[in-house]
Ligand binder design. Structure first.
Ligand SMILES: Nc1nc2c(ncn2[C@@H]2O[C@H](COP(=O)(O)OP(=O)(O)O)[C@@H](O)[C@H]2O)c(=O)[nH]1
Ligand SMILES: [Mg+2]
Length: 387
């Protein structure tokens, strides 16, 4: 946690070897701390009197020793944000950071944030921050569109609330929240866990969805012991796919540990794909046991091995399977339909990147609370929080 009186030093570029690293100092002492280490090459240049956005070239000096040659940029008028570009070797970066922390800056461990000085509104800044963590091209397109469409739509909503006495404030705001949940799934990703009896073909399906032989498969029950995960995209939405150990009738101690881990990952799942061997109706007797183990996540049934026939027996044996996707993980039959159904569940199928959407969950939560607030409070808060 940071507090307002601290000055943070944040390494914006990833760790490791690189030509350049970018550091940001932010807080009340940013200008003072950078000024204590920076010696401009041109005698007439001064960080304290530099225009914002202007790059100054010089030495970074610590304890009388030149650590690196750097570019320094004062980001804002007040001197609360300064950026330093040094050479990207881990040792150089460590020394530059150390020279600042020794003078009282606090090294920030937070994830990447954007080049905030290029943002003119809070929304734009949040969108640019989001770009640093965006996992798919669709997420990038969404955030870039929201930079302009969301402030415009909010402006419009504010004007209507102010000028039109008949309009209910929440009516003007609600459309901006319609895609908020789907946007969270697009930006943060979802976890989909493959679960079910041993040998049903979970790992084979996992490999088919991942597009490579990431998990071992075999005719012997118990091949998968530990869970394994891979990042995939479904209709441009990021999904962490998790393959788990299958459930057994008579597990060994090791199998039981695998199953315990499978159950653990199901508890954290956004969706469980319950994979059943559709060609082996005997397995179905345990469907009821399985549903107990699946935890609270929504479950979608998958009848695998449909290339071997018999799937109808499975549905006869348990009517709940009538809506299950019928697939063959080995031949690929039915995978398109399974993916389309997952895409609908994620809200990816109908998602419109260009529709104005409050994508930040803290802002969305506050907006929902404000729906019932007096109009003036709503107007004041919107201005303050979004612009
Ligand atoms: N015929 C057929 N065999 C499959 C299919 N999916 C998996 N298998 C086979 O079933 C066995 C168990 O598969 P595996 O993916 O290891 O099952 P898991 O224990 O659920 O992970 C392997 O021999 C696979 O080749 C399928 O759709 N059709
Ligand atoms: Mg397996």
């Amino acid at each position: 946690m940071s507090n307002a009186s601290e000055t943070l030093v944040h390494v914006l570029t990833p760790a490791g070897r690189g030509a350049i690293a970018l550091l940001r100092l932010s807080g009340p002492r940013a200008l003072e701390l950078a000024g204590a280490c920076f010696r401009p090459r041109r005698a007439s240049a001064s960080l304290r009197h530099a225009a914002t956005g202007r790059l100054l070239y010089g030495d970074w000096v610590d304890d009388g020793e030149v650590v690196d040659d750097v570019l320094v940029c004062r980001v804002d008028e007040a001197g609360f944000e300064v950026e330093v570009s040094c050479h990207g070797g881990p040792v150089v970066v460590r020394r530059v950071v150390a020279s600042l922390t020794r003078r009282g800056a606090v090294a920030s461990a937070g994830g990447g944030t954007s080049l905030a000085w290029s943002a003119s509104t809070r929304i734009e800044r949040l969108a640019l921050d989001g770009l640093c963590a965006a996992k798919t091209e669709r997420a990038v397109r969404f955030l870039l569109a929201q930079r302009s469409v969301l402030p415009r739509a909010l402006d419009d909503a504010l004007r209507r609330i102010r000028e039109d006495d008949d309009i209910d404030a929440s009516e003007a705001i609600r459309p901006l929240l319609a895609q908020t949940d789907a946007a969270r799934r697009l930006l943060k990703g979802q976890s989909v866990v493959l679960a079910g009896p041993a040998n049903a073909g979970k790992s084979t399906l996992f490999n088919a969805l991942v597009g490579r032989e990431a998990a071992l498969t075999s005719p012997h029950p118990g091949t998968t012991l530990d869970w394994i995960e891979a990042e995939i995209e479904i209709a441009g939405f990021p999904v962490t796919l998790v393959d788990t150990a299958g459930f057994f009738d008579a597990p060994t101690a090791l199998d039981a540990e695998g199953v315990r881990r499978a159950e653990e990952s199901m508890l954290a799942a956004d969706l469980v794909l319950l994979v059943i061997d559709g060609a082996d109706p005997q397995r179905l007797a345990r469907l009821d046991d399985l549903s107990i183990r699946l935890g609270g996540a929504p479950v979608e049934g998958v009848l695998n091995k449909c290339d071997l026939g018999n799937a109808d027996h499975a549905v006869d044996a348990d009517a709940r399977l009538s809506r299950a996707a019928r697939i063959s993980a080995t031949t690929g039959v039915g995978l398109d339909r399974l993916i389309a159904s997952l895409s609908r569940r994620l809200g990816a199928a109908e998602f419109d990147e260009t529709a104005p959407t409050v994508f930040d969950s803290t802002l969305a939560e506050r907006l929902r609370e404000l729906e019932a607030a007096p109009v003036q409070t709503l107007l004041d808060e919107l201005r303050q929080r979004f612009f």
